[in-house]
Design a protein. Sequence first.
Length: 305
Amino acid sequence: MKDNEFITAKGDKLRYYLSGEGKRLIVMLHAQGTSSVSYFETAKQLEKSARILLIDYYGHGGSTHKAELYKLDIIGDDVYSLIKSLTDEKITLVGHSSGGLIAAYIEAKYHCCEKLILEDPPFFASFGERRFKTYNYVDLSTICHNFLNQTEKKDFVLYYFENQYSWNFFPEKNREKIRGKFTANARKFREKHPDKSLKVMFWPKFALEAFKGMNDYDALFGEAFYTDSFHSHIDYDNLLKEITCPTVFLKAVTNIGDDGIQMCALTDDDVSRVGELISDFSVVRFKCGHGIHIEKKKEFLELFK
C-alpha cells in the first residue's frame, strides 16, 4: 500500500495509507506496538468495495515519535484532523486494543461515525491500580520501562523477545534452556534482517504478528502506559456515554492467569459496563486471543458486509 503524510497544525506527522474504491470510508487504527501493517491483509480484502484508510498514530510506524504526544486526547484530536482533511462524510471507524481507545475518543468527541467497531480495547483495566495486574503492564509496559532504564541493549525488538512474559507459560524446569535457544535464533535473524519483522523458526505464527511493525515502535509509548500518563486524565464513563452511533464490541476470550494476571483486555463485567454506557451497543464474541482480525479473519471481515 502506498504511504502518505499528514502534517498537523503543530508540525507533527501522521503516516497513513489510503486505498480502495467506493463512497464508504473505513478507517482502521492499529494496536500498540505494531503499525498499520497489522491491517494490510484486512485492507486488501475490503478495498474492492470501500476506501480504506490506515493510520500510524504517534509513536508507531512512520508517524512522529515524541513522548509529549503520547496522550489519548492529543492522538485522537490529530487523527480526527487527518480524517476530516479527507472526508466530510460519516465513516466506519475500527480500533484494535489501544487503537480502540482512540477510536472511542474520536467518536465521543466528534460524532463522525456511522458505525464504530471496537476490537477488544482495554477500557477500565489499563489504567490506575488495576493496570498492575494486566498482561499489558507485566509484559509490554514493563519491558519498555526496563529497556529505557538500561544502556547495554540497543535492539528493542530483540530485548522484547528475550524478556516477554510469554516465557512464563513454558515448564519451569526447561524454561531458561528454551528461552536461550529461541533468543539465539531471534538474534541471528535480527543481525541478518534488521529491517524486517521478526521471524523465529517454530515460534507460533499468530504470536509473531505482535512483532509486525515493532521495528518502528517507540518504547516511550509503552512508558506512557507504565506511568499511567496515556489516559489517566480520561473519564471513560463519561466518554462512553457520548457515543451515540451503532457500536459493535469484539470480545476475545476472557482469561485470568493462575497468578491473577488479567490476560485478556477486558473481563466480561467490563464489557457489560461498556454496554450500559453506550446507547446503541452489541457484542460479538470470538474464541481466540486479542488479535481477532488476525486469528479470526473470515469472521472479522463478515462485519463489513
